[in-house]
Design a protein around this ligand. Structure first.
Ligand code: ZN
Length: 550
């Protein structure tokens, strides 16, 4: 229930409406958002850009090092789709340097060029036209710079409503649901008065709780893993959605319904991590209690923990996205990883290393993730099994750990990773040596898909009839019926212990021995504390042992 003005959305979006909104929001952002102004470097340019001359719609490919450039550039975030797309190739490079015939370009690119021209942005970066698509060397070189390309752009245009590049930036709106929002006369209860000065009997707007989630979810860009980092790296993103044109920057969210700012109560209800919320985590200025379900007050935490919470919020969001080629899992995240490293390295003492999606300074805590809605483990090698990146599913971290005192029971002895090219990209091989209390466990699949483990001395004969209170659920790292077929005699490793034994949490890794390799294991799951069984007690008196997890 809101007292804020909500504006009716017109039945079709077009260039002139988009320009009016973009100018208004860009002025607010560049004049009054201190965080946004700090973020981009105006003197950094990508290797190549499209130059858009003021009176022409024929863009020209330029090499920025050889040119005197002035003013910022925009970048385009879009889904390639399955249609053939105009691409920069070795064969057409020279001709693109002289000018690119607009008739060759898909509608989304033409719309983006026209929008930049009218907004007064002279340069535009589009991946397929600024990276040589038939040169693996150029692709590797340039894709390694995604972090800077998006971070330093003035504005990122997100073709959010376009399934492929032929659909453009403007759409007929299928007005669904509650436009305009209904109004309702009411008195406010005391509990509702906190955000408003005026609590007298009057009309209030009724806004659906999923309003902002729907705005984001009904797009083609919010759930694509390749586009994920573009949204977080860019300082400002203008989303050309099918329902509305909307804006995210490091400070605010605007949309056509709420052009003066989407109310925090509406933002706070979304399942999607908004850019501005992420920015407040990243800059440790998130001092409120839980607003976003995955975020806590982190400002009072040590710096390494702040970085860990930031990273975990990102990975939870990233693993929600679709990735057609699972082998790209670490590559599509590489710009984001570099950005986080740039942000945090100066705040931390010691060596900060990125290890297959995990940061060395967060170990062993960073081993305690759980995979939800997981499929079979990817056939191609992506990462060692102790990294979340080795799985195909959404990753959950143990956020409530931060609320309780704990001690680690395992220590990391060594981590080795070998990379295909750089530490930010694909991994060839890797292992971790960890020392901690490890013991064998019994397990069985109960009622078709619940997997239970027991402490083998106390309940050696685990059967379907054993009461579930004697068992602890195993959350597997891949689809349960696939993974359990390959399991043998499982082992459990206690990574940490809570000082308050009443805390329920996941802090025991489930490991499957690797045949013919002494003391070597694959991680296959994590134990979920439930039904009052104190899993940490299983490890009383158990000797510490050094093992290798690959
Ligand atoms: Zn801003």
């Amino acid at each position: 229930m809101l007292d804020q003005m909500a504006v009716e959305v017109p039945p079709r979006s077009n260039l002139s409406r988009a320009l009016t909104l973009a100018r208004k929001w860009l002025v607010s952002c560049t004049v009054s958002h201190a965080t946004c102004m700090d973020n981009s470097k105006p003197d950094w340019y990508p290797t190549r850009l499209l130059e858009i001359e003021p009176r022409k719609l024929t863009p020209m490919l330029i090499e920025t090092k050889a040119c005197q450039l002035s003013g910022g550039y925009a970048c385009l975030s879009h889904c390639w789709g399955s249609l053939p797309i105009t691409r920069l190739l070795r064969d057409n490079y020279d001709s693109f340097r002289k000018g690119i015939d607009p008739a060759l370009l898909p509608k989304t690119f033409r719309d983006a060029i026209e929008f930049c021209k009218e907004l007064g942005l002279r340069y535009l970066w589009i991946d397929s036209l600024c990276i040589i698509q038939d040169s693996l060397d150029d692709w590797r070189e340039e894709s390694n710079m995604m972090c800077q390309v998006y971070r330093n752009s003035t504005l990122c245009l997100s073709a959010a409503g376009a399934a492929d590049a032929s659909k453009g930036l403007y759409f007929d709106r299928k007005i669904e649901g509650n436009y305009p929002f209904p109004q309702c006369p009411a008195f406010l209860s005391d509990r509702c008065k906190r955000d408003t000065q005026n609590s007298s009997y009057r009309d209030w707007y009724l806004v659906p709780g999923d309003f902002y989630t729907n705005l984001c979810a009904k797009t083609y860009t919010f759930d694509r893993a390749w586009i994920f980092q573009e949204r977080f790296l860019a300082t400002r993103v203008l989303h050309f959605g099918r329902r509305e044109i909307f804006w995210e920057c490091c400070t605010a969210n605007y949309c056509e319904t709420f052009p003066e700012g989407v109310p925090q109560d509406v933002i706070g209800r979304t399942d999607i991590l908004p850019k501005a919320t992420y920015e407040r985590i990243r800059t440790s200025s998130y001092t409120q209690a839980i607003i976003h379900p995955r975020i806590f007050d982190i400002s009072s935490r040590p710096v390494a923990e702040q970085m860990q919470m930031t990273w975990e919020a990102l990975i939870t969001e990233y693993t929600r996205c679709d990735l057609s080629n699972l082998g790209d899992k670490l590559i599509a995240l590489s710009g984001m990883a570099q950005s986080v490293w740039l942000d945090w390295r100066s705040k931390l003492s010691g060596d900060v290393q990125y290890l297959a999606g995990v940061w060395n300074i967060h170990l062993p805590h960073a081993l305690l993730w759980a995979c939800t809605r997981c499929g079979p483990r990817p056939a191609a090698y992506i990462a060692p099994t102790w990294s979340w990146a080795s799985t195909d599913g959404q990753i959950d971290f143990q956020l409530h750990h931060w609320k309780h005192a704990y001690e680690f029971t395992s220590t990391i002895l060594d981590v080795r990773i070998s990379y295909v090219k750089s530490c930010w990209g694909q991994v060839k091989d890797g292992h971790i040596w960890v020392k901690g209390p490890i013991r064998k466990i019994n397990w069985l699949v109960r009622k078709e898909y619940w997997i239970y483990a027991t402490h083998d001395e106390e309940h050696p004969l685990l059967t379907e009839d054993t009461p579930s209170k004697y068992g602890i659920e195993i959350v597997p790292d891949e689809d349960y019926d696939v993974c359990t077929q390959g399991w043998g005699e499982l082992h459990a490793l206690l990574v940490m212990r809570f000082l308050d034994p009443g805390v329920q949490s996941q802090c025991v890794l489930v490991l499957n021995p690797v045949n013919d390799q002494c003391n070597t294991f694959h991680r296959v799951g994590i134990m979920s504390q439930m039904s009052g069984v104190q899993v940490a007690d299983w490890f009383d008196g158990v000797a510490q042992q050094a093992i290798k997890i690959i």
